[in-house]
Ligand binder design. Structure first.
Ligand code: AMP
Ligand code: FE
Ligand code: FE
Ligand code: ZN
Length: 283
């Protein structure tokens, strides 16, 4: 029985390249005992993931990566074991997905002034009703031969400094924590030190989130800088926050491999004890 725990992975319901079924199979093949499905702003993959896990021995933690905006910065918040029928979360995530859709259309319109690219190209790279993001625009740019792969697209045309970048609507991190907690869920800040310790959320703001029910920090993630991880560990101790680690797997859309970072069984046990909105699925 595997005890490897990976609490952050995406499917084609958002910007992963594998269906929930393929993701579950990849998790089993990678030797994981537990995986959390955390598509951006959507729970649409939960049912398929559970069905695919049945009989495999894999435990699936239902989750989501909720978009929030902290001033001009996009802050991602992992949410686990919340009630998928919670009305506020449903309406807020619908609003975020709609904002993402219009923002992507607007970005594409402006790119199309300089490159051969259409909105239909982008739609062809995403599923109906899925959460649209820059990765789908990247895939369309790859299909048109403008760039070699997603990473190259993010380093050029889709970079926030490229001139094509736009933000999209999202609630504040504090509202995010409050909404997830109100839905019986467990919030964890995703990759909080992607831009190093200088640019991460400040201690006072983090304390406010902790007081509102933030459970933990995703410290062990390939995008957190080494000095940022050190600072996160200090803050976790100081504020009584748990530490998680995960891959942020996107299939072939990113180099991140399943189980490249993992979470301890003790932390998973506390997370499951805290979550009351939905249950882990033991396959
Ligand atoms: P968006 O949410 O539309 O702003 O796009 C950001 C998403 O793009 C993140 O959630 C990542 O999954 C993905 N992403 C960011 N950087 C890269 C990269 N270099 N290569 C592939 N995907 C990336
Ligand atoms: Fe993503
Ligand atoms: Fe993220
Ligand atoms: Zn992610």
């Amino acid at each position: 029985m595997s005890t490897l725990i990976d609490l952050h992975a995406h499917s084609s319901v958002s910007d992963g390249t594998e269906t929930p079924t393929q993701l579950v199979r990849a998790a089993v093949a990678a030797g994981l005992g537990t995986i959390a499905l955390t598509d951006h702003d959507s729970t649409a993959g939960w049912q398929e993931a559970r069905a695919a896990a049945a009989g495999t021995g894999l435990t699936v933690i239902p989750g989501m990566e909720l978009s929030t905006n902290w001033g001009p910065a996009s802050v991602h918040m992992l949410a686990y074991l919340f009630d998928p029928l919670n009305e506020r979360l449903i309406s807020e995530t619908a609003r975020i997905r709609d904002g993402r859709l219009h923002r992507a259309e607007s970005i594409v319109n402006r790119i199309a002034a300089d490159y051969d690219l259409t909105w239909d190209d982008v739609l062809a790279q995403s599923i109906d009703g899925g959460t649209i993001g820059r990765p789908h625009i990247a895939d369309a740019l790859v299909a048109r031969g403008h760039v070699a792969n997603r990473s190259a697209a993010f380093e050029s045309i889709l970079h926030w400094r490229s001139g094509y970048y736009e933000n999209y609507y999202a609630p504040s991190p504090l509202r995010g924590v409050e909404m997830v907690v109100a839905a019986g869920g467990v919030p964890v800040l995703a990759h909080p030190a992607t831009h190093g310790r200088e640019r991460m959320i400040d201690e006072d703001s983090l304390r406010t989130l902790a007081d509102a029910g933030l459970f933990g920090l995703e410290v062990h993630h390939r995008d957190n800088t080494p000095d940022g991880k050190e600072r996160l560990l200090e803050l976790a101790t100081k504020l009584g926050l748990e530490i998680t680690g995960s891959s942020d797997y996107h299939g072939e859309g990113k180099p991140n491999r399943l189980a490249e970072n993992t979470t301890s069984a003790e932390v998973l046990e506390k997370l499951i004890a805290r979550g009351t909105g939905s249950a882990p699925f033991v396959g």
